[in-house]
Design a protein around this ligand. Structure first.
Ligand code: HPA
Length: 273
C-alpha cells in the first residue's frame, strides 16, 4: 500500500475506535462555511491534532475539527477546516481528508468553497452548483505511484460531479425557493489573486467561478469512487475592474452570511437520499 493509503487506514482505525460506524456522507466545508457542523447531533468533535497523520489547519476561518455525528438521520463526518495548497501543504496533505473518508467506508462527499464570480451575472452571496471543473492548479494529487486498491491509474473525470446528487440539490432549491446558479469552477493555486488577463482567459475557457481549493479533493474522491456534490458561495466579483478589491475578510463575511442557506440546501439533499 502507498504511504497515503497506510496513513489514511491508521487514521480511520483511530476514528473507528471512537465511533465504530461508517459515515454515509463526508462533508468538507470551505472558508467561513464551517457552522453546519454545529447542527450535528449525538456528535463527537475531534481536534485535527488528535487524528494520526492529519495535517494542521492554519488559515483564519478554518477551525480544524472533525465532527462525527448524525445529521438528517444520516451518519456524517464533517471536516471543519481544510488544507489549501497555497499554505504549502502537499497534494497528499490537501487530499488526506478524502482518503480518510474513503478508508472509513464513506461513499459520498459534499464539498463547499468560497469563490470569485467570473460569470458577469453572478453576485456576491449567490450559490453555484459546480457542474464541472478546470484544473489550473499546476499539480494533481494522483501524480506518483498508484495504489490500485485505492483507485485506478487513469480515472475518468467525465462525470465526476454526480448527476443524481446534483438533481437532488436542484429539486431542494426549487422546493425551498432558493436561487441556485450552476457552472464551471476553475481551481488555481493562489495565494495571489488573478490578473485581469487571467480572468478574461478563464471566462473564455468557460469558467464561471474561480477559487483556490476543491479540485484536488474532487480528483481524489473520484479516484476513490466517492460520489461528489460540490457547491461554491460566490463571495466577490472576479471580472473587470472589481477584482482588486477582494479581501479575505470579505470572503469570510459573505461566506458566513450564506452558510445557513447552503446548510439548508445540503440538508434537503441529505434527507432525500
Ligand atoms: N479568486 C480566487 N479565489 C477566491 C476568490 C477569487 O476571487 N474569491 C474567493 N476565493
Amino acid at each position: 500500500m502507498t504511504e497515503a493509503g497506510k496513513k489514511a487506514a491508521e487514521a480511520a482505525a483511530y476514528l473507528k475506535s471512537l465511533r465504530p460506524v461508517c459515515p454515509d456522507i463526508g462533508l468538507i466545508l470551505g472558508s467561513g462555511l464551517g457552522s453546519l457542523a454545529e447542527q450535528l447531533v449525538d456528535e463527537i468533535k475531534i481536534p485535527y491534532e488528535d487524528i494520526p497523520h492529519m495535517p494542521a489547519a492554519t488559515v483564519a476561518g478554518h477551525t480544524g475539527h472533525l465532527v462525527l455525528g448524525q445529521w438528517c438521520q444520516k451518519e456524517v463526518a464533517c471536516f471543519q477546516g481544510r488544507f489549501h495548497y497555497y499554505e504549502g501543504h502537499s497534494m497528499a496533505e490537501v487530499t488526506f481528508p478524502v482518503r480518510l473518508l474513503a478508508a472509513l467506508g464513506s461513499k459520498k462527499m459534499f464539498i463547499t468553497n468560497a469563490a470569485g464570480g467570473i460569470n458577469p451575472r453572478f453576485l456576491p452571496g449567490d450559490i453555484m452548483l459546480i457542474t464541472d471543473h478546470i484544473n489550473f492548479m499546476g499539480d494533481n494529487p494522483l501524480i506518483g505511484a498508484n495504489d490500485d486498491r485505492l483507485g485506478p491509474r487513469f480515472p475518468s473525470l467525465s462525470t465526476v460531479y454526480d448527476p443524481r446528487l446534483a438533481g437532488l440539490l436542484k429539486e431542494t432549491a426549487a422546493q425551498k425557493g432558493i436561487t441556485l446558479r450552476e457552472g464551471v469552477y476553475i481551481g488555481v493555486s493562489g495565494p495571489s489573486l488573478e490578473t485581469p488577463a487571467e480572468l478574461r482567459a478563464f471566462a473564455r475557457w468557460g469558467a464561471d467561478a474561480v477559487g483556490m481549493s476543491t479540485v484536488p479533493e474532487v480528483i481524489a474522491a473520484c479516484h476513490a469512487g466517492l460520489k461528489v456534490l460540490a457547491m461554491s458561495v460566490i463571495t466577490n466579483l472576479a471580472h473587470g475592474e472589481f477584482h482588486h478589491e477582494v479581501k479575505h475578510e470579505q470572503v469570510l463575511a459573505v461566506a458566513g452570511k450564506t452558510g445557513s442557506i447552503l446548510a439548508s440546501l445540503l440538508e434537503g439533499v441529505c434527507t432525500r437520499l
